[in-house]
Design a protein around this ligand. Structure first.
Ligand SMILES: Cc1cc2nc3c(=O)[nH]c(=O)nc-3n(C[C@H](O)[C@H](O)[C@H](O)COP(=O)(O)OP(=O)(O)OC[C@H]3O[C@@H](n4cnc5c(N)ncnc54)[C@H](O)[C@@H]3O)c2cc1C
Length: 456
């Protein structure tokens, strides 16, 4: 196979993508701008450098990252193999010696005859070639401009302003109530869960916000002129004036508390975040408050006293596409035949999720170049659920997502026991991935599956 394929970005997704393509016989040109130009967060010139934690998440087979790791092994991921080899003791987590991990990925790619590594910043998209863009959350400014020109500026974001996400089952509905403002919307029972506050509760909440310690911005975030533009954290709103929140994201207009028959002084609204309705995000509550204190303050909200949070609110520099509007579940850019995106820039979060989209994009680009049908992982696998989530969410409200059980489709029968429910999700995902891979007719994967069968 003579056609050269370009991969831009030698991080987690790009390294996996380059190797998968080369293993399938493609000539790969991998562009990595380090050490010529730094991102501000990476500290070495190694490929697949882990920028922060050395943990790839839980390896327990019934946890979300454990399920995804298992699927990646079935798919023959290079980076999962390197992680396994570089693993350090970390209880139920798959943590790695970061030096060893990055070293072995770099060595493997360096030694591969099908991969040419170029240490250069790419500043324009080579749309006349087959390309995977995997330049991550800290994509260089020049390339961001080029991507923005292709997508339209409204479809490329430069930071995450994430509201907390609450497990629906942990909300006290004897205090909260379901309703839409002014009773609007198709569902008469209401799409939103509302937590009403009287004046004393609101006063206490605002005072707690004003005093809360926040996470320091880092230099590469402070320097970015796009950071924070148009999206103010709640603690900052509280400091602007005592009533600012009550006239902003916590305004009570159009809502009557059925428990009192009155309009509350202020309201915290939560909107459904997953298809199953297990998760709700707290509307307009982007915040930089440290997580422990954030949890305590959010539990001051009536109805959330015992809330369990899937994700805390946070704001950080993050370049990502409005994937639901721009990407197909294969990671191909809609409207450009041979342009794919992978990694954090697609709106998938977490190390393993980033590696997984690199593999997914490479597999599909390879299949496309060979004239084979695209592969969309089944929605009840973790990879399928993640790629489905980022490409099918409501584009106007899109926020990045990491692997979690809440994005999997509901089980055919309700299982009350939590441990049994998790196991059922994991077993269904494994069986479904296996079925799908057996039907895929990919020589490399067939070999792996045969080897795994021989081992068992
Ligand atoms: C500061 C920070 C901390 C994080 N901590 C964690 C964590 O602890 N756990 C977790 O799960 N996730 C974390 N993430 C989120 C995410 O999982 C990681 O950023 C992950 O590395 C993303 O993988 P990626 O392949 O998409 O991008 P990266 O691994 O960042 O790789 C992108 C590569 O592209 C290169 N590049 C950028 N622009 C160009 C260009 N124009 N030309 C050529 N090369 C270019 C970069 O140098 C980089 O090597 C963190 C993110 C950041 C920014």
């Amino acid at each position: 196979m003579s056609q050269v394929v370009t991969v831009i970005g030698g991080g987690l997704a790009g390294s996996e993508a380059a190797w998968q393509l080369a293993q399938r016989g493609h000539q790969v040109r991998l562009f990595e701008m380090r050490p010529v130009k730094s991102t501000g967060a990476h500290v070495s010139d190694r490929l697949a450098e882990l920028v922060c934690s050395n943990s790839l998440g839980s390896k327990l087979p019934d946890r979300a990252t454990g399920i995804l790791q298992n699927e990646m092994r079935m798919l023959g991921s290079l980076l999962m193999r390197c992680a396994q080899e570089a693993a350090v003791p970390a209880g139920g987590a798959l943590a790695v010696d970061r030096e060893r991990f990055a070293h072995s990925v770099t060595e493997t790619l360096d030694a591969h005859p099908g991969i040419e590594i170029r240490r250069e910043e790419v500043t324009a998209l080579p749309l006349d070639q087959a390309v995977i863009v995997a330049t991550g959350p800290l994509t260089s400014p020049a390339l961001s401009v080029a991507i923005g020109q292709l997508t339209g500026e409204d479809y490329l974001y430069f930071y995450d302003a994430i509201s907390p996400i609450v497990q629906a089952a942990s909300i006290d509905m004897s205090r909260a109530f379901q309703a839409n403002r002014y009773g609007r919307g198709e569902d008469s029972s209401g799409d939103y869960i509302n937590c009403p506050m009287d004046k004393p509760a609101y006063d206490r909440f605002v005072e707690a916000l004003k005093d809360a310690e926040t996470i320091e911005l880092r230099d590469f975030e402070r320097e970015d002129p796009n950071f924070f533009e148009g999206c103010v954290p709640i603690e900052q709103l509280a400091r602007r004036g005592h009533d600012t929140l009550a006239f902003g994201p916590m305004r009570p207009v159009g809502l009557t508390d059925p428990h009192t028959g009155r309009r509350p002084h202020a309201v915290v609204q939560m909107r459904q975040d997953d298809i199953a309705g297990d998760l709700y995000n707290v509307v307009g509550f982007q915040t930089n408050i440290r997580w422990k204190r954030q949890r305590e303050i959010l539990r001051l909200i009536p109805g959330l006293e015992a809330a369990e949070f899937l994700r805390m609110g946070q704001m950080h520099r993050n370049t990502f596409l409005n994937a639901p509007a721009l990407l197909a579940p294969t990671m191909r850019f809609r409207g450009q035949e041979r342009l794919y995106f992978a990694g954090q820039i697609t709106g998938v979060e977490g190390y393993v999720g980033n590696i997984a989209t690199g593999l997914l994009a490479a597999l599909n680009l390879s299949r496309q170049l060979r004239g084979q049908a695209a592969w969309i992982p089944p929605a009840d696998t973790m990879l399928g659920a993640l790629s489905h989530y980022v490409t099918h969410s409501e584009p106007k409200r899109f926020q990045p997502m990491k692997a979690n059980l809440g994005i999997l489709p509901p089980l055919p029968v309700k299982i009350k026991n939590k441990a049994e429910r998790k196991r059922a999700y994991a077993e269904r995902a494994t069986a479904s991935m296996l079925d799908s891979l057996q039907a895929l007719n990919d020589a490399l994967i067939n070999c792996r599956l045969a080897a795994a069968r021989a081992e068992n």
